[in-house]
Design a protein around this ligand. Structure first.
Ligand SMILES: Cc1cc2nc3c(=O)[nH]c(=O)nc-3n(C[C@H](O)[C@H](O)[C@H](O)COP(=O)(O)OP(=O)(O)OC[C@H]3O[C@@H](n4cnc5c(N)ncnc54)[C@H](O)[C@@H]3O)c2cc1C
Length: 227
């Protein structure tokens, strides 16, 4: 038996400028610390203490863990106390596949204007970039997959919070795993669950101030090339 893929309506499109315009818009007004690789997450009833590689710590009421499944599998983030058995089983039992991209840069366009291309020739002065997501410590894989013979609820189990730890990212999406929209929607869900938890804890709405106004929809000018 196989899971049926859920497809969104509409055609495929190429984000001409990549996802940066989306990320920049979503990040507006947020205090984002890049290059702060988390090494430890300590959970207590009334808070979470996160330690990063240089030893600095951050304390909050709750935390959303959105690191890739490969990073969770590697054990490079120590959870204290340990994550419960059902959560660890979900991390172990979901698979992580590897797919990479190779970008080739040529001095001039020498190929015909077609979507699929098979050309073999020897070109000098070629520049190239190769992703290595399988060995990159920030990803340790490309995206999740169901492993044969394992339970069907692994994505859901990966998403379910553990007290004040919430989980997001493509591998927690039941309907759209392995996709940007899956990662995005689980982020929204985890944010809302986290907000409800903090509200329930403090019981006062004005203690919780969302960074982005809830009334104003976020709009991002995008350049999308239809395929
Ligand atoms: C080749 C390829 C093609 C794809 N094509 C498509 C496509 O056409 N359409 C589509 O919808 N999806 C596509 N995907 C899938 C999509 O890119 C992913 O599913 C999506 O980006 C996952 O988002 P995420 O937020 O879960 O994880 P990520 O985008 O990987 O974000 C996780 C973040 O956690 C950070 N991190 C890692 N470790 C730590 C740590 N210890 N402490 C702090 N931060 C840490 C990482 O630096 C990263 O910023 C493709 C993927 C690949 C590999």
């Amino acid at each position: 038996m196989s899971d049926k893929e859920v497809l969104l309506p509409g055609g495929h499109g190429l984000m001409v400028r990549g996802y940066l315009p989306v990320i920049n818009t979503l990040a507006k007004g947020l205090d984002i610390r890049l290059a702060h690789r988390v090494t430890r997450v300590a959970r207590r009833y009334n808070g979470v203490k996160v330690t990063v590689e240089d030893g600095s710590t951050f304390v909050a009421d709750a935390a959303i863990i959105a690191v890739p499944l490969g990073v969770l599998k590697s054990g490079s983030i120590e959870f204290e106390p340990k994550l419960p058995e059902w959560k660890r089983a979900a991390i172990d039992d979901l698979g992580v596949g590897i797919e990479n991209k190779i970008v080739l840069h040529f001095d001039k366009v020498f190929w015909p204007n077609v979507e699929f291309l098979g050309v073999f020739c020897w070109i000098d002065q070629i520049q190239y970039l190769v992703s290595r997501w399988g060995s990159d410590v920030n990803s340790l894989g490309s995206y999740s997959y169901d492993t044969v013979g394992k339970p069907h609820d692994l994505y859901e189990r990966l998403r379910v919070p553990v007290d004040n730890l919430f989980f997001a990212g493509e591998a927690t999406s039941v309907d759209y795993p392995g996709s940007v929209h899956g990662a995005f929607s689980t982020g929204l869900m985890a944010g809302e669950d986290c907000r409800m938890r903090v509200l329930a804890h403090y019981g006062e709405l004005d203690l919780f101030q969302p960074v982005m106004g809830e009334e104003s929809p976020v709009s991002v000018p995008l350049l999308i090339s239809r395929m």
